[in-house]
Design a protein around this ligand. Structure first.
Ligand code: DX5
Ligand code: ZN
Length: 237
């Protein structure tokens, strides 16, 4: 199932509740929360109090993307604040297996993230443990960057591995997702689509979310039609 996860990084923080709700009204079913510490990435964003405030105004899952060093120290407070999904970077975790179990032990869905320079095979041992794998399609730290095309191969590979090894994780993509790139990420196999600037920097978040979802669903529809024509589906002319 395709889901849109607006990244609040690009929202107007003085109107955060209202903007988040508008994106949900436009069809978003997850809210993506980017947490940066100024060390793992060269930017600072928000902490648990904002997650707690969002928790009070929305029922959709809060997808907390930790771009921080020593994530184990902060997982309990984000869980307490109301995070539903917590993802950590493979590159930030020396004891990744332990960290993923820690997330689950706090009642959250564990996710793992890879940077553009990190190969998919570094996740081989943890794929059975995760609820989602987040493929960064930009170098993390900022919104409004250009999509890195090589991330498509990683999304495809993850989809293949999931099928061939019978795993259940979901594939999420983050960075540079907008109208020009969304069809490619969906066709590669991404199902949870994070978008920041495309939702919050182009007028109404409600309309932007709705249009972006429409583009994603149209891409899925076209892919299904293409596959059935390749397979010689008798319904095709
Ligand atoms: C980047 C963040 C992204 C960012 C995406 O480090 O993880 O979630 O907000 O922003 P856009 O959609 O503008 O690339
Ligand atoms: Zn993110």
């Amino acid at each position: 199932m395709i889901e849109l996860a607006p990244s609040i990084l690009s929202a107007d923080f003085a109107r955060l509740g209202e903007q988040a709700q508008a994106a949900v009204d436009g069809g978003a079913t997850v809210l993506h929360v980017d947490i940066m510490d100024g060390h793992f990435v060269p930017n600072l964003t928000i902490g648990p109090p904002i997650v707690a405030s969002l928790r009070k105004v929305t029922r959709v899952p809060l997808d907390c993307h930790l771009m921080i060093e020593r994530p184990d120290d902060f997982i309990p407070v984000f869980a307490e604040a109301g995070a539903n999904w917590i993802s950590v970077h493979q590159e930030a975790c020396v004891h990744l297996d332990r960290t993923l179990h820690l997330i689950a032990s706090h009642g959250c869905k564990p996710g793992v993230v890879i940077n553009p320079a990190t190969p998919v095979h570094t996740l081989d041992e943890v794929l059975p443990l995760v609820h989602h794998v987040l493929v960064m399609s930009v170098n993390p730290g900022f919104g409004r960057q250009s999509f890195i095309p090589s991330s498509l191969k990683k999304i495809e590979l993850l989809s293949q591995i999931r099928q061939s090894r019978g795993f259940n994780f979901r594939v999420e993509v983050d960075g540079g997702v907008h109208h020009d790139t969304i069809a490619n990420v969906v066709c590669a196999g991404a199902e949870i689509l994070v978008a920041g600037s495309a939702i919050f920097e182009h007028g109404s978040p409600r309309e932007s979310a709705s249009r972006l979802l429409e583009s994603a669903r149209a891409a899925v529809e076209n892919r299904v039609q293409d596959l059935s024509s390749v397979a010689g589906d008798p319904r095709q002319p």
